[in-house]
Design a binder for this molecule. Structure first.
Ligand code: CO8
Length: 261
């Protein structure tokens, strides 16, 4: 399919327009070493430039989505070496991935693993999943959004509870608090994520891209600026062939055929 598996990830195209990335370092409970993030970032960069890919599903294993940063690797770092670490660059690539990213989470989603999950636009979890930011147990704090994205997702008191105590959130509570969108039986998590990806893949890609960008903008700006950005993208979409097609198809009572232009 033009994509290759890495040492730490498996990459496939299980259905048209949808890329599936599976974290595959089970012996280390999918701990995110630099290599893992490098492979993930490289695959997402390739998917960014590939018009054939319209959505990406990211998953881990049955019992562990990802157990966090690789603690062995962290142990070798000093205050100065961590400053020039390559990983922030890979996180930036993941953060700026412009296409929909859907996480299908089973088992433990911890530390940097949970921060990776929270980079996804939509999170689907198995009923037995557990979420946590246990960095405090190591004498550190999250370094890839665990204090910021988690707080925005579940609110101050709930985020404090996880960050200050290192305890885990069960899937049902994660759903109630808004960290994830849906729960499924654990064995159906990936298929449900692929189903959502298929729905998105059938939509006009430029509108999808701008919708993602606009929603993410709401975390960065005040309301007025956010509304302004939304309006600008809304107007830009009027210049697309897919807007003509979408509206024409509705009026002609037929299915639209979107081209991504
Ligand atoms: N890093 C490296 N190795 C790990 C990690 C990890 N995070 N987690 C597990 N492993 C390894 C263990 O060392 C063990 O290796 P070995 O077989 O060689 O002894 C193997 O995986 C199996 O581990 P367990 O026996 O503990 O497996 P269990 O199934 O009993 O438990 C758990 C699974 C609950 C996931 C447990 O392993 C655990 O608690 N892991 C640590 C979780 C943690 O503290 N995560 C936070 C890490 S710090 C962090 O993420 C900071 C983020 C900074 C920014 C982001 C950078 C990527």
């Amino acid at each position: 399919c033009g994509y290759s598996d890495g040492e730490d990830i498996l990459v496939s195209l299980p259905q048209p327009h949808v890329l599936l990335i599976t974290l595959n370092r089970p012996k280390a409970r999918n701990a995110l070493r630099s290599q893992t993030l490098r492979e993930l970032a490289a695959t997402l960069t390739q998917a960014t430039d590939d018009d054939g890919v319209r959505a990406v599903v990211l998953t881990g294993g049955d019992r562990v989505f990802a157990a966090g940063a690789d603690i062995g690797e962290l142990a070798a770092h000093t205050a100065t070496s961590i400053l020039t670490d390559e990983r922030p660059r890979h996180w930036k690539t993941i953060r700026e991935f412009p296409k929909p990213l859907i996480a299908a989470i089973n088992g433990f989603s911890l530390g940097g693993g949970n921060e990776l999950a929270m980079h996804a636009d939509i999170l689907i979890a198995g009923e037995t999943a557990q979420f946590g930011q246990p960095e405090v147990n190591l004498g550190i704090i999250p370094g890839a959004g665990g204090t910021q994205r988690l707080t925005r997702a579940i609110g101050k008191s709930n985020a404090m509870l996880l960050n200050l105590t290192g305890t885990f959130l069960d899937a049902r509570t994660a759903l109630a608090q808004g960290l994830v969108s849906e729960l499924t039986q654990p064995e159906l998590t990936v298929s449900r994520a692929l189903e959502i990806a298929a729905v998105i893949a059938a939509k006009p890609p430029l509108a999808v891209r701008m919708a993602k960008e606009a929603v993410l903008k709401s975390f960065e700006t005040g309301l007025e600026q956010g509304l302004h950005a939304e309006r600008r993208s809304f107007c830009q979409l009027f210049a697309t062939a897919d807007k003509q097609e979408g509206v024409a198809a509705f009026l002609e009572k037929r299915r639209p055929v979107f081209t991504g232009r």
